[in-house]
Design a protein around this ligand. Structure first.
Ligand code: GLU
Length: 301
């Protein structure tokens, strides 16, 4: 029996959806449906200080108005602390996670290398245990210097050596919140996700997630990192760069733009058609092979 493939869209409710989020939603949705698979929505509200009141509901409403149909109930990370805590306990008992007492300043003063996605690679100062009187602030996962490589379906082969490129990374933050890396890995396993399609801004996180999957004895899904939309300064369109919110009243046009961004030869006149017609075209015409194999594409402001 062939197991159904399952994809997901995992927005953070830190603001309304924008064009960049639409691209990730469209790409993951059509890839899942083209394989006859399921598509789930997960609300990544684990980083509670960044949640904006009302954003989760507005995101779901926007997705529905754009004609997305998800399978099963939406999973909220804010309800999942017990599973994250259990995963952390499992890693601690296996000797793979350790308490770290370092402040930001101590890390800045002792780190010698930049990390792959900005910041500094953690130099492992607390690996050997804490000196008397030092208290645990964060929990970190032990990494090693082996190469972690995977074949991304869009970006090709990606390889990192975590000790060099990232350092032992945080699982539970100094403010007590579970880190994105842990939450995403535990939830992808919990939801049975077999195929991850998301923006290339997360490409550098993937080796960390694969390492965590191995430490927790989880299967590794396949990965496809879509190009992200960038402005002319090369910055990713995001809530931080104040990308314009999606406009449900112009859904067909915005869907057509997202499909074109993903290299699909969708007829321009569909921008004025009902949303259902755009989806009817997309279900037939979607070609994963046409997605541009690049990490970012500049879009006009
Ligand atoms: N919540 C993340 C974001 O909005 C996406 C995480 C993921 O797709 O793995 O950027």
């Amino acid at each position: 029996m062939k197991l159904t493939s399952r994809g997901r869209f995992a927005p953070s409710p830190s603001g309304p959806l924008h064009f960049g989020s639409l691209v990730a939603a469209v790409g993951s949705y059509l890839d899942a449906r083209a394989q006859g698979g399921e598509w789930l929505v997960r609300m990544e509200d684990v980083d509670t200080p960044r949640n904006v009141p009302g954003a989760a509901d507005s995101i779901l409403k926007t997705l529905a108005l754009f004609g997305f149909e998800w399978d099963g109930p939406v999973l909220y990370q804010s309800t999942r602390s017990e599973d994250y805590a259990a995963a952390l306990e499992q890693l601690k008992s296996a000797g793979l996670a350790y308490g770290c007492a370092c402040s930001r300043k101590e890390i800045a003063d002792s780190a010698t290398r930049p990390a792959v996605d900005g910041g500094l690679a953690y130099p492992g100062s607390c690996r050997a245990g804490l000196a008397a009187g030092r208290a645990v602030r964060a929990w970190r996962l032990l990494v090693n210097d082996d190469e972690i490589a995977f074949d991304d379906r869009v970006q090709g082969r990606v390889a990192q050596r975590l000790e060099r490129d990232v350092g032992d990374f945080v699982l539970r933050r100094a403010d007590g919140l579970f880190a994105y890396q842990l939450a995403v890995v535990v939830d992808d396993e919990f939801q049975g996700i077999s195929s991850i399609v998301r923006g290339a801004d997360l490409l550098a996180s993937t080796p960390r997630q694969i390492w965590l999957q191995r430490c927790l004895n989880f299967a590794t899904p396949t990965y496809a990192h879509l190009p992200v939309a960038a402005n002319s300064a090369g910055e990713k369109l995001s809530k931080q760069t104040r990308a314009a919110p999606l406009r449900p009243e112009a859904a067909a046009g915005e869907l057509v733009q997202a499909l074109r961004f993903l290299g699909q030869r969708v007829p321009a006149e569909l921008a004025r058609a009902p949303v259902a017609e755009v989806w009817a075209w997309a279900r037939e015409g979607w070609s994963f092979a046409a997605v541009p194999r690049q990490p970012a594409i500049v879009v006009p402001a």
